[in-house]
Design a protein around this ligand. Structure first.
Ligand SMILES: [Zn+2]
Length: 259
């Protein structure tokens, strides 16, 4: 096996280790999640540093190491500059990156998750309404990691669900019919409009989702629902979700992507 190999990937996170090295988490199309070290990137003359910022899509040359692989070269494919010019959009991107980091498995290919992450960063960078993009990302990242919530039939008894308000149970993994709800204490009511959006998410790609104009209350309802479900699946809240909520509560100016 050759010691050197090439891949492309999206930088999910980086943290400095030692004097000048960085430990990176990268999501790749064929190798799943990859943890690698970049030597000397903290030094001002490092040619790699700019290409290895979080939320950058880049091509990488790596050398196999005993524990972690070492990045020996890199080039930016897409920097997503408009996204990085806004604190709000950067935070949205970092939330998608953290969720990918948590759902992704090292050495296990998940090309759908890679394409979803890339499409999400492209949408955020090109002005698509960020909350809609993130709700879609949450739903689809769960779906392509084996946690697709059941939204067409009752997850307990299997009966087809008519278009009406139903209840969603994160522990059962989907919607419940009125007969099955009483047996499930974790269920919460979901409106018809929110169910319609989730069904749209399950069938459509980002291009169609980008054209949706959802009311803030529907987005908030889906956000609450997906937060419950994601937290249940991961057995822990995503850290950057708290940060996003704090930014929202602080009334952060979210139009600054045009600076
Ligand atoms: Zn049922």
């Amino acid at each position: 096996m050759s010691r050197l190999y090439k891949t492309q990937g999206v930088i999910l996170s980086h943290s400095y280790v030692g004097e000048a090295d960085a430990l990176l988490s990268i999501y790749t199309p064929f190798l799943g999640k990859l943890r690698a070290v970049a030597r000397g990137v903290k030094r001002s003359k490092s040619r790699m540093a700019g290409h290895l910022e979080p939320l950058t899509h880049c091509s990488l040359m790596l050398a196999r190491g005993r524990n972690l692989d070492i990045i020996s070269g890199c080039d930016t494919i897409e920097a997503f500059a408009p996204l990085k010019a806004s604190l709000w959009l950067t935070s949205c991107g970092l939330y998608a990156a953290e969720l990918t980091d948590r759902m992704g498995v090292e050495g296990t290919e998940n090309r759908r998750l890679f394409q979803l992450l890339l499409g999400t960063l492209q949408s955020l960078s090109s002005g698509v309404e960020p909350s809609t993009v993130l709700r879609y990302f949450e739903f689809r990242s769960m779906a392509c990691s084996g946690y697709l919530p059941e939204i067409w039939r009752c997850v307990a008894c299997g009966h087809s669900l008519e278009m009406a308000a139903h209840s969603f149970s994160p522990t059962a993994g989907g919607l419940l019919c009125p007969q099955c709800r009483p047996a499930n204490g974790s269920a919460r009511t979901v409106s018809v409009r929110a169910i319609k959006v989730l069904r749209f998410f399950s069938r459509q790609g980002l291009a169609a989702v980008a054209r949706l104009r959802l009311k803030p209350e529907v987005l908030r309802e889906i956000e609450g629902l997906m937060q419950l479900y994601v937290t249940y699946v991961l057995d822990q809240e995503v850290n950057s979700a708290r940060w996003l909520r704090a930014l929202q509560a602080g009334g952060e100016d979210r139009t600054e992507q045009h600076v």
